[in-house]
Design a protein around this ligand. Structure first.
Ligand SMILES: [Zn+2]
Length: 303
């Protein structure tokens, strides 16, 4: 059972307590160093779920992990204590809008209100108290094409992260290329874009839209391989093309989330990248972020 994970061993970055947070808050009159806290807490009874204690003395806050004699009775004496974050590196925030069950929300609160602090305790929505130690969000580059605005995949990924209890803090790094900018990479008097709905036209050139099946003329297709296949179906030949598929864009390092026109139903894992279908659902985006997390933060789990 995850709630029985050994809190004393909590280590690494992005340490957050697990689902049944097991976080107690205690006010004490003693100093907040480990020896004083041991003297204070060892032998005291703690509730069966308690694994971490946010210890406060006036304006000072420290974070400790505790072990109890037994998990079974409702209360059991504390038998071991480890100071996880010293008062000099710890801060207590009252942020009623922060959902403390979301690791990413804890990390964002830490970065916004307590940059540089190792341990950040947040008293958030529903007055729940949780914490994060050594926040270090995983950076995920989100590769796509705009318009539409906001960039859809980026927007979906942010929606997922806003409610993701199971993911570590993730920072999305947008890598969105504008369609008309891609078009200009190959000069042409006539461009063919995938659909009028995008609202894009290219200055100084005529623009046709493939979804309207216009009469064939000499043009440069600004689209993906799927658009090229449609072109071939309509006109019996392939067009001059600027390929816009985000999957084909290279460069950069680290975790990448991209979409591809050719994927219709399933996502694909491709080395350090996860590719979702053009019309990915939120649950597919969530699955993609979960896969990236396993790949890049294999040791991460709520403490
Ligand atoms: Zn593609």
């Amino acid at each position: 059972m995850t709630e029985r994970r050994e809190a004393l061993n909590a280590s690494g970055t992005n340490v957050v307590p697990g689902a049944y947070r097991g976080v107690a808050v205690a006010s004490v009159g003693c100093e907040l160093d480990e020896a004083s806290l041991r003297r204070h807490f060892l032998g005291l009874e703690a509730y069966r779920r308690t694994r971490f204690i946010v210890v406060r003395n006036g304006a000072e806050t420290a974070l400790v992990a505790v072990q109890k004699a037994s998990w079974d009775p409702l209360f059991s004496p504390i038998t071991a204590l480890r100071l996880l974050v010293d008062a000099s590196e710890c801060v207590y925030l009252e942020e009623p809008d922060v959902d403390t069950s979301i690791p990413g929300a804890l990390a964002r609160a830490a970065r916004t209100h307590a940059p540089g602090k190792r341990g950040v305790v947040v008293q958030g929505r529903y007055s729940h108290v949780s914490f994060i130690i050594d926040p270090a969000p995983l950076r995920v580059t989100v590769r796509e094409v705009v318009p539409p605005y906001p960039p859809k995949l980026l927007d979906q990924a942010q929606h997922v992260l806003d409610v993701a209890e199971h993911l570590p803090p993730i920072e999305l790094v947008p890598d969105a290329v504008e369609l008309d900018q891609l078009a200009r990479s190959r000069t042409s008097a006539n461009y063919l874009l995938p659909c009028r709905g995008g609202g894009v036209s290219i200055q100084g050139a005529t623009t046709d839209y493939l979804d309207e099946r216009p009469d064939r003329r000499e043009w440069t297709l600004v689209g993906c391989e799927r658009s090229q296949q449609i072109h071939e179906w309509f006109y019996g030949e392939r067009a001059e093309q600027v390929d816009i598929c985000p999957r084909k864009r290279v460069g950069g390092t680290g975790a990448v989330l991209a979409k591809c026109c050719l994927l219709e139903t399933d996502l694909e894992v491709d080395d350090d990248r996860v590719i979702v279908p053009w019309g990915a659902t939120l649950s597919q985006v969530s699955e993609a972020l979960t896969i990236l997390t396993r790949e890049w933060e294999p040791m991460w789990a709520p403490a």
